[in-house]
Design a protein around this ligand. Structure first.
Ligand SMILES: [Zn+2]
Length: 322
């Protein structure tokens, strides 16, 4: 029997110990290389685009020869005004790349010896950056669409006579959300967080190219998809797969997301669910890549992503770690 790729040594191209052994200078050189790939790591001013600058060695900052403004390797990116060492940032990225079911902020904070809130904000910034990979794309290869509900769980009362009918709206918390996922069988996964699954029809119209075959289950709201796409329907009460008609790929995505939420984060708030959903989709789409390749992707995405409107200054704004 052939060995699974992830068990082979070829899948392990990045080691935590090498990051720390290489030290701050080597980690910094990695950042420069991925921030400025066109100039092979030579600084380019983010203010005016000039390639000539003076390096202020002690502070690892540059002063532009043309406009005179100062900048660093992370200026204007999602890692703008970073406080962590470059080795710790690379280590955080390595740990995140290695965690197939995601990584909780507490675990990351313990591994790096940093405050849990710093770990929480950093991980969210990295998730936001990697979601940019699919931000604008349209799917055009055979797709599957489905929704899965998360959150809003009401614990039944201890004493039976005090238990309420949890299906009734007035007993619900309002925190229940559905993650709608559209997955290409040989490509990318797009995720959206909404209140109702039927909202997925409008999303499909916007994000799937016309003429693409769409597989869906028997839920009646997917009937309208038929007006826009060639659709294949599978009735799960009869079978999970018939002659290539199934939603198994999108179900494996939900399986990973459920394990991530219940096994790592334990509880996630509705306002941040989209970040975890996108992270799980990214892990699913790149599941056959080496850990070095994944870490490179995360860092490249982070250095290409603009300053986050959601997460900048978040440490000060919020104490909630979900
Ligand atoms: Zn400049």
């Amino acid at each position: 029997m052939t060995q699974h790729f992830l068990l082979s040594s070829a899948a392990r191209t990045l080691k935590l110990k090498d990051i720390y052994k290489g030290g701050e200078d080597a980690a910094y050189a990695q950042f420069c290389k991925l921030r400025w790939p066109e100039t092979d790591g030579e600084a380019v001013c983010p203010h005016c685009g000039c390639c000539e600058s003076y390096f202020i060695t002690t502070r690892r900052r540059y002063k532009c020869a043309a406009c005179g403004k100062q900048f660093s390797v992370t200026s204007g990116t999602i890692l703008h005004s970073r406080k962590l060492d470059f080795t710790d940032l690379l280590a955080a990225i390595c740990l995140l790349a290695n965690a197939a079911k995601g990584l909780s902020a507490l675990q990351l904070s313990r591994d790096l010896g940093i405050h849990a809130k710093s770990a929480w904000v950093l991980a969210h910034k990295l998730r936001e950056a990697l979601a940019d990979e699919t931000d604008k794309i349209k799917l055009d290869d055979e797709c599957e669409i489905d929704g899965a509900y998360f959150g809003g769980h009401i614990r039944p009362a201890n004493v039976a006579e005090k238990r309420v009918d949890r299906r009734k709206g007035r007993h619900q918390t309002g925190k229940r959300r559905v993650v709608i996922a559209i997955r290409e069988r040989k490509g990318r996964t797009l995720t959206f967080v909404r209140k109702q699954e039927h909202e997925g029809v409008a999303i499909a119209k916007a994000r799937i190219a016309r003429g693409t075959v769409v597989n869906a289950d028997e839920a009646s709201h997917w009937d309208t998809l038929n007006a826009f796409f060639p659709t294949e329907r599978i009735n799960h009460s009869e079978a999970y797969s018939v002659n290539g008609v199934h939603t198994n790929f999108v179900e494996s995505y939900f399986s990973r997301l459920r394990k991530m939420v219940s096994g790592q984060h334990h509880w996630v708030s509705p306002q941040h669910l989209h970040q975890y959903a996108a992270h799980a989709a990214w892990l699913e789409d790149h599941r056959r890549e080496t850990n070095g390749c994944l870490a490179g992707r995360i860092l490249r995405n982070a250095l290409a992503a603009p300053i986050s409107r959601t997460w900048t200054g978040r440490w000060q704004k919020s104490a909630s770690l979900t």
